[in-house]
Design a protein around this ligand. Structure first.
Ligand SMILES: Cc1ncc(COP(=O)(O)O)c(C=O)c1O
Length: 357
């Protein structure tokens, strides 16, 4: 089987449209593209780059030739906008306090305040927070927590999903791009199909009947695997597919009946994008909610998990032993971004625009 990266992305794109685009760039821009290609280790989906940015502001990105593009993608980090002035001011103020890092076993006020704020805006049952630098790591923590609490080790997740580039997270993800050539991936990482109402393989039209077919795959797996620790999914697939309410309600019931963790990856869609603070509010409360990307205010790397009080039982183990676990600068940026989203009613705005679209 040919495991080439898709032609639209990465080093494999040697098409004429791509070269024509690069040829039109200024000499200075092309110089920096060459320097980038010379010094970075090449990898698909990152190399070669398309252009050089000199500014990212609000919803806009700007290149060296002064061209501005509306960034509808934003890598999921710009819920409060790139270079948000309130977020920048808060981080500058934090730097003036000379508290840019706290070594392990010390805490700091921004980290505590961010955890407290998240607990306040997240569904009631989720009360315990753990931070880390990136989304892939947050997924690792969520799965590790589920394994420790349940004493089981298998997972069920979805084909074609992406949950990060760590070993567990790429095993759980459903794209072969991140696992081919790696030898055996995490044992017990089982996959099913994500519900797709528009292109379901049975040509069914009723949501209920379609859900039943997709859930059948999970039920067969459960009959043969009593040792599932967690089901891991984006509640709304960023690809994008929006499952029915009943689909997640039934999965929630299955998880409760079998003692399985439901882990929702809201690294992209959390923090207001779906017209509620968190996408799970459209559906059911998971056992672990995973956040990232915009959590750092579009300025700094920050991710984390929020889980239930009853799972605060791992005092004897470390599942997220990260140097930047409670980075005060990242926490300040996150807190300022949440305040900005709140005071500018961006969650309501997302709902309004969503309805309009
Ligand atoms: C849904 C989802 N989960 C996890 C990740 C991994 O996050 P990070 O790139 O911060 O490791 C991403 C990143 O694109 C993502 O989109």
């Amino acid at each position: 089987m040919n495991h080439q990266v898709s032609k639209e992305q990465g080093d494999t794109n040697t098409g004429s449209l791509r070269s024509a685009y690069v040829e039109k760039l200024s000499e200075t821009t092309r110089h920096w593209l060459e320097e980038d290609a010379k010094y970075f280790l090449h990898q698909a989906l990152s190399t070669p780059v398309m252009n050089v940015l000199v500014k990212t502001e609000g919803a806009w990105i700007e290149d060296m030739q002064g061209r501005r593009y509306l960034d509808l993608h934003g890598n999921g980090v710009h819920n409060a906008g790139f270079s948000n002035p309130e977020v920048i001011a808060a981080v500058q103020q934090q730097l003036r306090h000379h508290l840019a890092f706290t070594p392990r076993r010390y805490t700091n006020i921004p980290a505590v305040e961010l955890a407290k704020k998240l607990v306040a805006i997240i569904p009631d049952e989720l009360t315990r927070v753990l931070f880390c630098p990136g989304g892939s790591e947050a997924i690792e923590m969520a799965v590790a927590l589920a394994k420790h609490v349940t004493g089981r080790w298998k997972t069920v997740s979805y084909w074609d999903s992406y949950h990060g580039n760590g070993f567990q997270s790429s095993s759980i993800g459903g794209e072969e791009h991140f696992s081919v050539g790696m030898g055996p991936m995490m044992p017990g990482a089982l996959h099913i199909e994500f519900p797709n109402y528009y292109r379901n393989p049975w040509a069914l039209e009723e949501e209920e009947a379609i859900d039943e077919q997709y859930l059948r795959q999970l039920k067969i797996i459960l009959q043969r695997n009593p040792d599932i620790a967690a089901i891991v999914a984006e509640p709304i697939s960023a690809t994008p597919v929006v499952p029915s309410q009943s689909y997640w309600q039934q999965i929630r019931e299955i998880c409760d009946a079998h003692g399985i963790f439901l882990i929702f990856d809201e690294i992209i869609e959390g923090l207001g994008r779906t017209g509620k603070w968190f996408a799970c509010e459209h559906y059911v409360t998971p056992d672990v909610l995973v956040l990232g990307k915009s959590l750092g205010g579009g300025l700094l790397p920050l991710a984390g998990i929020v889980t239930k009080e009853k799972y605060n039982v791992l005092q004897h183990r470390s599942i997220g032993h990260f140097t930047h676990e409670k980075n005060p600068l990242s926490a300040t940026a996150g807190l300022a971004a949440i305040h900005y989203i709140e005071s500018h009613e961006l969650v309501k705005n997302a709902a309004t625009l969503g309805d309009y679209l």
